[in-house]
Design a protein around this ligand. Structure first.
Ligand code: AMP
Length: 614
């Protein structure tokens, strides 16, 4: 039994926040200067002094190369990943390759992992809570973006451990926000909530259902590389370009100059959240080869800012549409929109969200504090073992294994409620095969190599027998933290092998390719047969075709009773086909394919009829 106080921590890309629950009410903790959020920044001075939060931020300009911000973007990432490559071009600190091909941050000759940097921030928040409450804190609930993969969640949990905390739960940020929003509203009617979270580094959208005090996430989507940092970058580029044009000087030469530009860009954006026009003023910004110093002075309007960044906002809206589509919902189904993250203070963001969902977002939550408050509520409920707040979260990615032919066999679909486990029986594909290698993958492609490899292990000692005779059960389990474990069991001998899926950053790209190659000799085949895969492909093509025709039918005969009837039936058939695919029900799938083909015929007739009539 765990007893004691638990803190809720929102470990943000830009800012972090800590909250507790007292007498059933959540509240955020302020530091001695009164700040309720702390910059997620860690710095080292040349005297070996470590600075965290506001102190680190204040000296960032003069110590740019040893001041680490946005480290959350590096957590759980491989050094050779595109995200890390991109980070290297925008941050002044040095990112190097670690011993396991992981991204490390070099400060004064020492290589720190992003989890270590995260742990420094977490430890600071733990100390803040200990000071405020005058007690030792052992437990925490830490939030992560819903779109974080397994490696990123593991690394965040490690960061908590390094900070001296036992992490009771890794919670999705939007789920935490909905929890805080729903606190004290248990008696309200059933509601469908959209949480739009645009922070410093990441964007997340989650659709949740709130009913009788139960929160169920029905769909999530996001982009781990979309946030305020990208907006800043647009403004910085605009300033650099303008300056280069006017002065023939490249500001990118100096880390300190870049740091000043970054601060000025962010400040200008903040100003433009309340006023229409602001001045970017940076005196003595750079000295040219002749020794002359140059100042930067530029007016930035709200309109210009929008034109620089509108595509970023539209990208977030597209992701909202995607989240709704995968839940089979439209904006009309959403009863409440909650805005989370500092970036939602930007008026253009609010406008875009309002116009997409067709409603004004809720003003009852504080965008910077709501996630930590939700984490604290979840912590308190775990601690008290209370059952009146039940949280059903979903897995953000599809998980499965590679099977013969290089196919991806799904075991757990994306948006499945966690905790969960699913198993599937496979058979050997070669005569006298005594070994199978399980490649655990996440992704959406039916081709294994297009998905991300999470881990691999071998099950040895199978009975040598003709192919198809030996059966192996593979079981996937996802804990409430979203951490995946996989087990394979020889059904004849009961022999078993399992792994907790570890960060894929222990593998290089070559190692991954090599494993995929090797696996071809030790593959498993799905017991659901090649026939199922073939029919699934036919069904998917038919669905796509019917979806396209639906748009035309809607336009031409959507108003007529005959047209409406055909459209309703088509939707039902598509849904049944999806179910048959998910349940791997081959007979059902074949019958739905026939129904889809009838639908195609009916649609053709309707369209032909309408054209003749016209
Ligand atoms: P978060 O990760 O939720 O702390 O959000 C931080 C991001 O919100 C940073 O990129 C900030 O620049 C941005 N932000 C904070 N306040 C404002 C504001 N008033 N106007 C525009 N952006 C803001």
């Amino acid at each position: 039994m765990t007893t004691g106080r638990v803190i809720g921590i929102d470990l943000g890309t830009t800012n972090s926040c800590v909250a507790i629950v007292e007498q059933g009410r959540p509240r955020v903790l302020a530091n001695s200067a009164g700040y309720t959020t702390m910059p997620s920044i860690v710095a080292m001075t040349n005297k070996g002094e470590r600075l965290v939060g506001h102190l680190a931020k204040r000296q960032a300009i003069v110590n740019a190369t040893h001041t680490v911000y946005a480290s959350k973007r590096l957590i759980g990432q491989r050094w050779d990943s595109p995200i890390v490559k991109r980070m290297q071009t925008v941050v002044p600190y040095k990112i190097i390759s670690g011993p396991h091909n992981d991204a490390r941050i070099e400060i004064y000759g020492h290589a720190y992992s992003a989890a270590e940097i995260g742990s420094v921030i977490l430890a600071e928040l733990r100390e803040l809570a200990e000071e405020q409450l005058d007690e030792t804190i052992k437990y925490a609930v830490i939030t992560v973006p819903a779109y974080f993969n397994d490696a990123q969640r593991q690394a965040t949990k490690d960061a908590g451990r390094m900070a001296g905390l036992e992490v009771l739960r890794i919670l999705n940020e939007p789920t935490a926000a909905a929890l805080a929003y729903g606190h004290g509203r248990q008696d309200e009617d059933e509601k469908c909530i959209a949480v739009y979270d645009l922070g410093g580094g990441t964007f997340d959208i989650s659709i949740l259902e709130l009913k009788d005090g139960v929160f169920e996430v029905i769909s999530t989507a996001g982009d781990t590389f979309l946030g305020g940092e990208d907006f800043d970058q647009r403004v910085i580029e605009w300033l650099i370009f303008g300056f280069a044009k006017a002065n023939k000087l490249d500001l990118r030469r100096e880390p300190m100059t870049m740091q000043r530009l970054k601060e000025a860009a962010e400040k200008a954006r903040w100003d433009l959240s309340t006023i229409q026009e602001t001045e970017v003023n940076l005196p003595f910004l750079i000295t040219d080869n002749a020794g002359k110093t140059h100042n930067l002075q530029q007016t930035l309007t709200r309109e210009k800012l929008v034109s620089l960044c509108d595509d970023l906002i539209q990208r977030s809206i597209k992701i909202c549409q995607f989240a709704l589509d995968s839940a089979n919902l439209t904006p009309k189904h959403i009863d409440e929109v909650i805005l989370v993250g500092g970036m939602t203070r930007m008026p253009r963001v609010q406008q875009a969200v309002t116009s997409f969902f067709g409603r004004t977002p809720s003003r009852n939550v504080h965008p910077d504090e709501v996630v930590a408050l939700g984490a604290a509520l979840q912590g308190a409920s775990l601690m008290e073992q209370r059952n009146n707040v039940l949280l059903l979260d979903v897995t953000p990615h599809t998980l499965g294994i590679m099977i013969a032919g290089g196919f991806f066999q799904i075991l757990i679909d994306k948006n499945t409620t966690v905790p969960c486990s699913r198993s599937h029986i496979f058979t050997t594909v070669k005569d006298y095969q005594t070994q199978v290698k399980i490649l655990v993958l996440q992704g959406e492609s039916f081709r294994a190599e297009e998905n991300q490899l999470l881990g691999a292990f071998v099950l040895d000692g199978l009975r040598p027998a003709p192919r198809g005779e030996v059966e192996v059960e593979v079981k996937f389990s996802i804990s409430a933290d979203g951490i995946v474990s996989v087990a394979a069991r020889d059904l004849e001998t009961g022999q078993q092998q399992s792994i907790i899926v570890e960060a894929s950053n222990h593998l290089t790209e070559e190692e991954i390719q090599r494993m995929i190659e090797e696996n071809r000799d030790h593959a498993l085949a799905s017991k659901t047969s090649k026939e199922f895969l073939r029919q699934r492909e036919i069904a998917e093509q038919d669905i796509e075709y019917v979806q396209r025709m639906k748009t035309k039918v809607q336009k031409i005969v959507g108003e007529l009773p005959l047209g409406q009837d055909a459209l309703r039936k088509a939707n039902e058939i598509i849904e049944r086909t999806h179910h048959a695919i998910a349940a791997e029900d081959l007979p059902q799938l074949i019958s739905e394919i026939a129904a889809l083909q009838r639908t195609r015929k009916i649609f053709h007739q309707l369209l032909e009829h309408a054209q003749k009539g016209a």
